[in-house]
Write a protein that binds this ligand. Structure first.
Ligand code: 5GP
Ligand code: ZN
Length: 113
């Protein structure tokens, strides 16, 4: 856990969140400012600051997050969805703890803005 990290605090339960799913490796919760009718975040419990810091020592949790996303979407009855990861400031990453956005329930544009 990183002391000044918002998502570490959410995972620890120090900041309330609307939980979707949890296991030993990851935590999923609804985004506070949803950008689609369904919008939740899946985060590794381990503090990894961004996708650029994924390497052979920690990449298995990324595969696990994607497994969990498929499982949650099936349970929610969501068949089509977009998974987004913003890495770095220019890409729009505001919380420096690796997370995957899962957005669904509306038409998505491509290319993204
Ligand atoms: P990023 O911009 O880093 O890709 O995504 C961060 C996301 O975290 C944003 O979509 C933002 O709405 C969400 N967020 C920021 N603070 C909180 C919070 O306190 N609770 C929840 N549930 N989501 C948050
Ligand atoms: Zn963190």
């Amino acid at each position: 856990m990183k002391n000044d990290c918002l998502f570490c605090a959410i995972i620890a339960g120090e900041i309330p969140s609307k939980k979707v799913y949890e296991d030993e490796q990851c935590y999923a919760f609804y985004d506070i400012e949803p950008q689609a009718p369904t919008h939740f975040l899946v985060v590794p419990k381990e503090h990894i600051c961004c996708a650029a810091k994924i390497d052979e020592s920690n990449s298995s949790v990324v595969a696990h997050c994607f497994e969990v996303i498929a499982k949650i979407c099936k349970e929610l009855g969501v068949e089509s969805y977009r998974i987004v990861n913003n890495c770095g400031d220019q890409a729009g990453q505001t919380v420096k703890h690796l997370h995957f956005h899962v957005l669904a329930g509306r038409d998505m544009t491509w290319p993204p803005g």
